[in-house]
Ligand binder design. Sequence first.
Ligand code: C5P
Length: 293
Amino acid sequence: MKRTLILQAPAKINIVLWVKEKRPDGYHELSSIMQSLSLVDTITLQETREEGIQIECDNPDVPRDQKNLVYKAAQLFFEHFGISPGIIIRIQKRIPIAAGLAGGSTDAGAVFNGLARLYDKGMTMADRMKLSMAVGSDVPFVIRGGLAVAQGRGELLNFFETPRPPLFVLIAVPKNIEVSTKWCYENYKPGQSKRSEENFRDILSAYRKRDLEFLKHNVFNDLESVTFKRHLAVADIKEALNSEGSGAVLMSGSGPSVFGLYTDRKAAIKAASRLDITKVNLFLEQTSRGSNF
Ligand code: C5P
């Protein structure tokens, strides 16, 4: 019998993204608050007698070869354990691509978790996080998911219980704009950021207490300056969501997705009415505990 596993791979947003200095290895030092969402891709793994790693996806824009982080994750796993691969990986894509929601990373994280289970290699979560870092800076976070403060290049993680009740998250993804994370970081000018550790801690504590009023005036993402300059439409979306007033609004990751956090569904829907739906795709989701483990 061919063994099969089905996994959910949740998207993530950055409640804060503080970009610090560039390191000698080319990455930037970060402090970020990461939160998983109810928005998920579905990943199915199935063993096959055919040798190799085969990727299937319902979205034709997703690469099926080594360019896909899922492929890299599977290759790394099989090489690490000296297993000759025979696997089909099917991705049912709901998370928008290159949108700052970690869609590629979370698929890779789910594959890593799934293969570890399928081949019963007794890897702890810490082992999986450590090994998967080579696939991408966001992958260690999505291996577990939920709520965490990420530091270093994103791999030094301190997890927290996801506060209840969940917040409503309205995500606006501008059509026809894709942002490369690499491009965004390359164009980031360090030293712009006048941030403090104290402010960061206050934001974390406000987030955990669901103090939206504080969040509204304090959340920040240093990469907004880079993406907004190149894509004015992204800044316009943020402004439109802010004009409704009741949510904490921010670009996620390197963008172009912009999200608003709301305590109730009605407020999220009201904010959505400020947007031109011919120009954006909208998702109404909630914060989640992650489901990769
Ligand atoms: O790690 P990942 O491959 O997802 O990162 C994509 C690009 O984003 C890197 O090549 C790097 O240019 C940039 N990056 C960075 N600092 C980080 C994470 C990513 O400069 N902490």
